[in-house]
Structures are given as C-alpha cells and as structure tokens.
Design a protein around this ligand. Structure first.
Ligand code: GAL
Length: 431
C-alpha cells in the first residue's frame, strides 16, 4: 500500500486525536525528572552486532529506573519493521519510540504523531554538536522530532585477507581490479563475493557501484534527484554492466540470504569479500575479529573519496502519561550522551553522530570512517543513501529496489533495458 494511502487511513481513524496531538507538538510541558516510566521501542536490530548495540541503550535507560519494552521486528534494512509500525499506528496504538529514518521522519511529523524534542535538544545543545546536514533531517518545521543515533557508511568492502592471500589476489581499488581478483579467488575454490539476495541488499551494492562508476554528481542526479533522463543514460548502462559482472561472482545460495549470514561467510573464510554498510563491522566485532589482522575494512572500489551516509534515528510518539514521557525524554538524552555514543557505535559499526568526540577509543575502521566523513563533507562527496531511505521518498525507493532486484535476478534483461526500466519505474512512482 502506498504511504500516502496509509496516512489517509490513519487520519480517518485517528483524526480528532491527531489534531490534539498536533497542537501539543508546539507546547511541550516537561515531565519531572523523578518520574519513572516505560518506553516501547520498535527497532530491527536483531543480528549479533546489532543486538549487542541496542542492549547498551536498554541498560542505560533501565539504570535510570525506566522500563524498556522491546519491539524488535527482524529484517535487515527495516522494511518489515516499517510495515509493523504502520499497522500499529493505523490501529491507533503506536509504540512510544520507533527507529525511523530520513524523509519518513517528516511524514510522521506532518501527520502530528510526534512529540517535540526541543527541550532535550536545547538542554544538551544538539545544534552545537550534530552536523547541520544531519540535524536538518531530524527536524520538522525547525523543531526536533527525532533523535539521531549514529552515522553509518554504505560504501565499504569487507575483506578476508587470508582468502585473498591464498588466492594470490590483491585487494581491488577499481572494478577492473576487482574482476582480476575475483577470477583468481574463484579459481582457488573460494566464493569471491558473499551476497545477500534481498532487494535492499542488492540496492546497497547497486548504489555503491553507481557512486564509484558514475561519480558523485551522477549519484545525486539519479539517486537523490531521481531524474529519469539521467537514469536512462549510457552511464547507467555501465553501472548495470558492472553490477551484473559483480553478481557473476556470487554463489547459488545467495537468494534470500540475510546480510549477517553473508558477513559470516567472510568471517569463516568461505568468501573473500562483502559489499555492505558498516553494520557488517558489528558482526566482526561480535566474532572477536581484529581489524587489519582478521579482516580489512576498505572503501568499495572507486569510492575512496565518497561517503554514502545512513543515519539511524528514533522518532518519539506523543504519549499522555507524564512518567512515560519522562522515559522518552531520558531515552533521547541518553542517545546523545558521549558515553552511549562511544559504546553503542563500537558494537554497531557506525561512528558517533556528535562531531565533538575524540576518535582515540575507536577502532581502525571507525577512525577511517570519521576521517572520510570529514573529508567527503569538505570535497562535496558526502551523499545520502538511497537504499537506506536517506534520499528519495518511499515510493521512488520502492520502485528502484523492485527494478534492481528484477534486473539482478533476470539475466535476460540487458543493462540497456535495465536502465530504461529503472527510468520508467521512477517516473511512475514520482507521479
Ligand atoms: C540499515 C540500518 C542499520 C542496520 C542495517 C541492517 O538500514 O540503518 O542500522 O541495521 O539496516 O539491518
């Protein structure tokens, strides 16, 4: 069902209550800090690394006397969680906090569902520590309605150095080098690429290839502006040719595979590499692997200067009980505190959303990510991830994901046809 239809339904059912809640979005009366309440938290962090990370938040909140009710909906990338959230909202019973990202934050706020987090933001000075490009996503009409948790980078390549060595292959920095390495790895009896055959994972690899092959301007034209003319172009054909070439080095077990199972293949030495955002690092950490020894975190080919960002965040729904509101406030505050930012991000594979933190306690990939974030912001190569809902609206993203997955799984569709299909799908969704 299209998002706009869902919101219409929600409005019909909850109309009067929403009008009231909408009014309250402006006038936030602060609950007393002594009250102890409950937060029900919707999220999709269920892999080893993700679960360890979310536990940090739960423990900090419980240490302050609040109650955490876990509403975990498994499914990487969060599409299943978003479906669950919409059905709870339609039933008039949303959770108190939910992991929601990018432009969707604005949608929920526009419908009057969200509580105003300005009092917490002002007390902690969020505007002084969170980069504007990320803070803007958290605000609706100038007010904070979401709290950012972290910054993930999409365009990574997770490498098992032993497999590369056994195959006599070099870690690639271009797609041409990738092909040479993949040939050697395959000949040596390993799976070159650990691939999760789910639409959002295929879109993750697609946008990574697109950024490198097409360049940052092309990325913005196609994945942010979703311009059908730029999409139906020779550059896109080249991107799809590369995607097909890379897909040729995966194994027959790929369809339907979860991303963390693909990461395990690299950890176990069955596969040489995986293209995935740095939540994959959480799996290496959970498996006690050391960066630059057991695994290498490299930029995906041709994207060393680029940073495709993906920021996790929580929206908070309007609640009546002052104690529950106090618990919500505590959750928002704890998320921004340096203590949480350091420990959570170490498990999660991401980097802090606050820019005033020392990188000393972080590991090699996180330090690299922090440096690359700053450098890409300076060079104009810091761009939002389409696959992870930072760039286009849900309908356009859905159209891109459907088309890319169809293309990847239909060898009879040529890259030229694929580029045209993609442009048509985007045109249809944007209507
Ligand atoms: C992303 C999310 C990450 C990670 C990943 C896999 O969209 O931002 O936090 O959980 O999905 O589930």
């Amino acid at each position: 069902m299209r998002r706009s239809v869902v919101f219409l339904l929600v409005l019909l059912i909850l109309g009067p209550a929403l009008l009231f809640a909408g009014g309250r979005q402006e006038a936030a009366e602060e609950p007393s800090g002594d009250l102890k309440g409950e937060v029900e938290v919707l999220h999709w962090w269920t892999s080893g690394g993700e679960a360890a990370a979310v536990e940090v938040l739960k423990e900090l909140l419980e240490a302050e006397g609040h109650t955490w009710v876990d509403f975990a909906v498994a499914g990487g990338g969060g599409d299943a969680a978003m479906t669950a959230l919409r059905s709870r909202a339609v039933a008039g019973n949303p959770p108190t906090a939910a992991q929601v990202k990018g432009p969707q934050i604005q949608d929920w706020a526009a419908e009057g569902f969200l509580t105003n987090l300005d009092p917490v933001a002002e007390a902690q000075g969020w505007d002084n520590v969170i980069p504007e490009v990320l803070a803007d996503v958290m605000k609706y009409e100038g007010h904070y309605v979401a709290v950012p948790v972290n910054v993930h980078r999409i365009n990574w390549m997770w490498v098992n150095p032993d497999v590369f060595e056994a195959a006599g292959a070099e870690i690639p920095t271009t797609w041409e080098e990738f092909e040479e390495a993949a040939e050697k790895i395959e000949a040596a009896g390993y799976i070159p690429v650990a691939w999760g055959g789910q639409d959002w994972q295929e879109a993750t690899v697609f946008e990574t290839i697109l950024a490198g092959v097409g360049g940052t301007d092309f990325y913005v034209e196609t994945m942010v502006d979703a311009d059908p003319e730029a999409i139906d172009s020779p550059k896109m054909i080249e991107v799809l040719e590369t995607l097909r070439m890379v897909h040729g080095y995966t194994d027959p077990g790929a369809p339907g595979r979860d991303w963390n199972m693909a990461t395990s293949m690299v950890i176990e030495g069955d596969a040489a590499m995986q293209f995935m955002g740095d939540w994959a690092k959480g799996e290496f950490v959970a498996a006690d692997q050391k960066a630059d020894e057991d695994y290498i975190a490299a930029s995906a080919p041709q994207t060393a200067h680029q940073f495709l960002f993906n920021v996790d965040s929580f929206i908070m729904f309007e609640v009546d009980d002052p104690a529950d509101k106090a618990a919500q406030r505590a959750m928002a505050r704890l998320i921004i505190e340096p203590e949480f930012q350091e420990v959570f991000n170490t498990y999660k594979g991401s980097i802090p959303v606050r820019m005033d933190m020392d990188d000393e306690p972080f590991d090699i990939p996180a330090k690299k990510s922090m440096r690359d974030f700053a450098a890409s912001a300076d060079s104009g190569d810091l761009v939002p991830s389409m696959a992870h809902e930072m760039a286009v609206d849900r309908a356009v993203r859905g159209a891109i994901l459907d088309t890319i997955t169809t293309f990847v799984n239909s060898p009879n569709i040529s890259p030229r046809e694929g580029a045209k299909m993609l442009a048509d799908a985007v045109r249809g969704a944007a209507r």
